[in-house]
Design a protein around this ligand. Structure first.
Ligand SMILES: Cc1ncc(COP(=O)(O)O)c(C=O)c1O
Length: 434
């Protein structure tokens, strides 16, 4: 194209404007095609999708919008803000921050409590790799604390692990059961060390009547599809501490969008430092606002199933049932026991399965599993010495000897009675009544 001739008198001096108007018509950034793509992901039939597509049109949507970003000063609160408000109310906590997954929640919390090179973070020897990996990601050294028969951090083994380098103790509430928080928090406080609760596997569980995540200094949650609530990938940090909250926000949203004046200078020493961007997406938040409202219902159903089964189970000399640190607070979506030896474990499992009960047993040859410290291979490059089996012998032994039966929140009372009856039938045949 040749050079376009325009009037030479500048508009600023009263000449004609070079650009009177833009004729190109934009389409909404997120329109019907995106909506249908989301709907398709939810498995709607072709007929339902077709009906949906005739019901909506790009013309219904404002040009340029909507978008799915969180912080653009929209008139209505963003879904992220609504999710956080719902979390604050449900957990009765001052602050909640929504992030993109549980690992980033833990990483932000670790940064908030000062984890970094030269520091140590104490994690339970059973739980999930994400906890110790988040500590290691800051440059801190993860130190594993052995567990007891609750498969939770054993408070009796905690104190000797604390050093002048320790900045946090991070109990995980493992598989719906709660850690024994009172002694853990007391020991940590006695050493001036923060407690970060990893609640990814137990949202809605309580300890002595208080929701887990609000007992320590910071509570971290995963709200992913693999947890008891959550539709995709999501996470959350809660706290009652203003300064820790600011640090979580800065660690999780280093661009400063969380601040009243984003580009303003530091309001107090230490407010600003290098952070990441772990914001939860609006799509995810929209799902999780709804999921949050379902949490207590889910927990209530699991608890009812667990209790009904647990109350019917007999006691057997060769089997130890997983210890509970708070029978009223546990969610209990997995029934667990420790048979005396691997031969019995294998026989019980086979017999339970034959009865139609979905039992699993790890055994001595169990495949590597990132829920037990000695298998956490991603840590090995820098922290293999911390993962030696002999450092946490109870966890190494109990994890291999654990027989688990997954429970389902939707089981009817009759389903529960049949499962409990089947467990007693098998155990009575293969073990000795205590
Ligand atoms: C105890 C625990 N902590 C943290 C995480 C990490 O959560 P996410 O997968 O959302 O990053 C998980 C996930 O399985 C977990 O079980």
């Amino acid at each position: 194209m040749g050079e376009t001739m325009v009037a030479t008198e500048l508009a600023i001096n009263g000449g004609p404007k070079a650009v009177e108007r833009i004729a190109g018509r934009g389409e909404p950034k997120v329109g019907v095609a995106e909506l249908l793509s989301i709907a398709e992901r939810f498995g709607f039939s072709d007929q339902a999708l077709a009906r949906l597509s005739t019901a909506v049109s790009d013309d219904d949507l404002p040009v340029g919008g909507p978008h799915l970003g969180r912080y653009y000063g929209s008139a209505k609160p963003s879904m992220g803000e609504r999710f956080e408000a719902a979390a604050r109310e449900l957990f009765d906590v001052k602050h909640a921050y929504a992030v993109c997954n549980g690992t980033s929640a833990l990483h932000a919390a670790m940064v908030a409590v000062g984890a970094g090179p030269g520091t140590e973070v104490i994690c339970p020897a059973t739980g999930f790799l994400a906890t110790s990996m988040a500590a290691a990601l800051t440059g801190a050294t993860p130190v594993f604390c052995d567990v007891d028969e609750s498969l939770q951090m054993d408070p009796n083994r905690l104190e000797p692990l604390l050093t002048e380098r320790t900045v946090a103790v991070v109990p995980t509430h493992h598989w719906g059961f709660v850690a024994d928080l009172a002694p853990i928090v007391a020991i940590a406080r006695g050493h001036g060390v923060k407690v970060v609760e990893d609640c990814a596997q137990a949202p809605g569980a309580t300890y002595r009547g208080q929701r887990v995540g609000t007992v320590g200094d910071l509570g971290c949650f995963s709200i992913s599809a693999y947890k008891i609530i959550g539709g995709g990938e999501g996470g959350m940090v809660v706290t009652n501490d203003d300064r820790l909250f600011d640090r979580v926000c800065q660690a999780a949203e280093g661009g400063g969008l969380w601040r009243p004046d984003r580009f303003g200078p530091e309001r107090y020493p230490g407010e600003l430092f290098v952070g990441a961007n772990y914001r939860m997406s609006e799509l995810e938040s929209a799902v999780n606002v709804v999921q949050m409202a379902k949490l207590d219902g889910v927990v209530g159903r699991y608890r009812a199933v667990w209790r009904r089964i647990r109350e019917q189970l007999g006691r057997y000399r060769e089997v130890v049932w997983q210890k509970s640190n708070d029978p009223d607070g546990d969610i209990g979506y997995r029934l667990r026991c420790f048979p005396a030896d691997h031969d019995l474990g294998a026989r019980l499992t086979a017999a339970l399965r034959a009865e139609g009960i979905g039992a699993g047993y790890r055994g001595p040859e169990g495949h590597p599993d990132w829920h037990v410290f000695c298998d956490m291979f991603p840590l090995f490059a820098e922290h293999a010495d911390r993962c030696r089996r002999e450092l946490c012998p109870v966890a190494a032994d109990l994890y291999n000897r654990s027989l688990g039966i997954g429970l389902d929140q939707w089981w009817t009372p009759e389903d529960c009675d049949a499962v409990a009856g089947g467990i007693n039938k098998v155990m009575s045949a293969l073990c000795t009544r205590a």
